[in-house]
Design a protein around this ligand. Structure first.
Ligand code: ASP
Length: 433
């Protein structure tokens, strides 16, 4: 029964954080595999080590004196080493890094998690295993999952407690390769699958997944249990607690993911899994994003709608614009896309669309916010969308667009950007609170 516990940057920001991690590990002997991010922020305006390392490498690359940035980085590690009385020879570690700068940006930036994990393993008395020996990338930059899982299950059997740095792995030639930002979440998830963990814990600086964003709703409740599919719907529409790519490895094998707050590790947090027992709430969460554009196409009455939709989609594909929704009516349809994905090419796109004689008119509405109301328990329950629409109507919010696919797990409504916050608050207040 092995638990993989991943600690984010703010959970390893200083010596007190290290002590808190020790308390957390001591409280459950199944916490045997620890994955860590690099030292993060202790306070709001503090620097994250990863950001400093990118900056440091830019100095190296453009041959600008890097001493000041390097000292900022060193200070953070030395502070923790000294506060905790660790033996690690940081001078030697930094000398080695400086001697190896030619290994490139990914190598240099990965040293953030590498050194943090070395120090954490010494402090906890756990073994250290380098992620470069566990996470295998192919030369195309994609993780070779098959190889990675087999390496992990050969190297880790849970008999020893270990600390592993997140965020990177290596190419077959041993060169370091980073994941995208926030990628330690992915490392933890891959390790959890590789060793068939009973749970993947993700310790962070929020108490779990909120029903609606606390930036919009005052003091929202937490989601206690949520399915992976619901999480994906909510994240797609803007809610974020965990790296998107961290979900696939564990969702496949149904390893539950537990989001917990490092400061309050004994609170409930949020559990994400494929089978959620709680049938209580109809709505699991509400999320949304502003700034969408709707391209409304009016076709000639006699022309074939299907081939025009096909034409419009091809044009958008050519300009690399992903599509959010395509509401249609008899002689017109709209294609809703994200503003920043379409903005710089909008006039070229319209010009290309106008070349098609079968299109009578094109109108652009660039004042749309999308709100997703998500809930596994909405399936087969009539009347939920009616409720949402009447809440919005009663609050004088005009609905510009409605979309729900047949999985019925989410209902999406489009409103004016300026109605976004009001709409989320009204739905939350009337359906959740
Ligand atoms: N340290 C990396 C970042 O800041 C990776 C991580 O924390 O997950 O993006």
């Amino acid at each position: 029964m092995i638990i993989v516990s991943k600690f984010g940057g703010s959970s390893v920001a200083n010596a007190d954080c290290f002590k808190q991690i020790k308390n957390i590990c001591d409280s459950d002997d199944n916490r045997r595999i620890i994955v860590t991010s690099a030292i993060g922020k202790s306070f709001n305006d503090d620097n994250k080590i990863t950001d400093l390392l990118y900056l440091f490498y830019a100095h190296v690359k453009y041959k600008v004196n890097y001493e000041n940035v390097l000292n900022l980085i060193k200070d953070k590690y030395f502070q923790i080493k000294n506060d905790l009385g660790l033996k690690i020879d940081l001078n030697k570690e930094f000398e080695y890094i400086i001697d190896n700068l030619k290994q490139g940006e990914d190598y240099v930036v990965s040293r953030g998690e590498y050194l943090t994990a070395l120090m954490l393993s010494e402090y906890l008395g756990f073994d250290f295993i380098d992620a470069k020996d566990l996470i295998v990338f192919d030369y195309n930059g994609k993780v070779n999952y098959e190889k990675t899982y087999s390496v992990i299950s050969n190297k880790i059997d849970g008999s020893k407690k270990v600390v592993i740095p997140g965020f990177y792995g290596s190419y077959p030639d041993g060169n370091i390769k980073l994941f995208s930002r926030g990628g330690s979440d992915i490392t933890g998830s891959i390790i959890a699958k590789g060793i068939n963990a009973i749970k993947y814990e993700n310790f962070t600086d929020v108490p779990g997944f909120y029903i609606a964003s606390p930036k919009i709703v005052n003091n929202p409740k937490l989601i206690k249990e949520i399915t992976y599919n619901e999480l994906r719907e909510l994240s797609y529409m803007g809610a974020s607690v965990i790296h998107e790519d961290a979900i696939f490895p564990i969702q496949d094998v149904n390893i539950p993911l537990h989001i917990l707050e490092t400061k309050n590790p004994f609170e409930e947090g949020t559990i994400i899994s494929n089978n959620v027992s709680d049938k209580g709430n109809i709505i699991t969460g509400i999320s949304g994003k502003k700034s969408f554009v709707s391209i409304n196409i009016q076709k000639n009455k006699s022309s074939d709608k299907l081939s025009i939709i096909e034409f419009v989609l091809k044009v958008l594909k050519k300009f690399n614009v992903p599509i959010e929704s395509i509401p249609t009516s008899i002689d017109s349809f709209s294609v809703v896309v994200e503003e920043d994905k379409v903005n710089k090419n909008l006039y070229d796109i319209i010009a290309t669309l106008k070349e098609n004689q079968e299109i009578e008119d094109i109108k652009i509405d660039n004042d749309i916010a999308l709100i997703a109301v998500v809930g596994r328990n909405m399936v087969y329950k009539p009347g939920i969308s009616a409720k949402i629409f009447s809440i919005l109507g009663n609050n004088e919010i005009n609905i510009k667009l409605i979309s729900q696919n047949t999985s019925e797990i989410s209902i999406i409504v489009g409103v004016k950007n300026s109605d976004f916050e009001k709409a989320i608050n009204s739905i939350y207040n009337e359906l959740i609170k």
